[in-house]
Design a binder for this molecule. Structure first.
Ligand SMILES: Cc1cc2nc3c(=O)[nH]c(=O)nc-3n(C[C@H](O)[C@H](O)[C@H](O)COP(=O)(O)O)c2cc1C
Length: 198
């Protein structure tokens, strides 16, 4: 699974740095095929409520943006394609603009609660939601009344998981609620029983 990822990222300078500091370098796998997302990776993506996306600007600077939405807003269209909506009101269009010269993107998805992270390399394209209303409808968040202005689709090239070390567990409000809602109900039930017996 990480073969294509490593093939793309173990560049000569990276291998030279490994040689310099460790006296040896990793072997660079030859994996010309793209890596389709496994079921595990697809489920991980479908459970996320945010991700980071890096693009490369014409000035040569890497640019990273955070994207957030309802759980699963980064849609798994197929094992080799992801999509998400960009809503009317985005005044910066930095990611959109960067994709004109270079379609390569790097996605970074975190599950802080379970201390897991997934990295994805892909080729991203944007199109107007008006040109593809069917996909725009599929990827918009049903409970959101925001207008989808454009669609980002990402052809997955490869992906890799990172080790959990140094990820501090953190919990979103929804994750905390999953735990405390039943506890609150139980407290209310016990308080009611106490009140009956008082
Ligand atoms: C009406 C409106 C809705 C937005 N909805 C979202 C959203 O659902 N998720 C998100 O990450 N950013 C949302 N944003 C933030 C913008 O899209 C933000 O400008 C965009 O992430 C900037 O991306 P860029 O840095 O690639 O240009 C919204 C902004 C506006 C004005």
């Amino acid at each position: 699974m990480a073969d294509r990822y490593l093939e793309d990222l173990l560049t000569p300078n990276v291998l030279a740095a490994q040689e310099q500091f460790f006296g040896q370098s990793q072997s660079r796998p030859e994996a010309s095929e793209r890596d389709a997302l496994t079921e595990e990776a697809q489920a991980f993506i479908a459970a996320r409520d945010s991700f980071y996306i890096a693009t490369i600007s014409e000035s040569g600077w890497p640019y990273v943006q955070h994207r957030g939405g309802a759980r699963g807003f980064l849609r798994v269209v197929s094992p080799t394609e992801l999509a998400f909506a960009d809503y009317k009101g985005n005044r910066q269009l930095l990611t959109r603009g960067n994709l004109v010269a270079n379609q390569r993107v790097s996605l970074f998805l975190m599950d802080y609660a379970r201390r897991e992270r997934l990295k994805i390399l892909g080729i991203a394209r944007t199109e107007s939601a008006r040109d593809n209303p069917e996909l725009a409808g599929r990827i918009s968040e049903p409970e959101s009344r925001k207008v989808v202005e454009r669609i980002f689709t990402i052809e997955v090239v490869s992906f890799d998981w990172n080790c959990p070390k140094y990820i501090t567990p953190r919990y979103s409000r929804a994750e905390v609620d999953e735990v405390i809602v039943p506890l609150r109900a139980r407290i209310a039930e016990l308080e009611a029983r106490l009140a009956e017996n008082a």
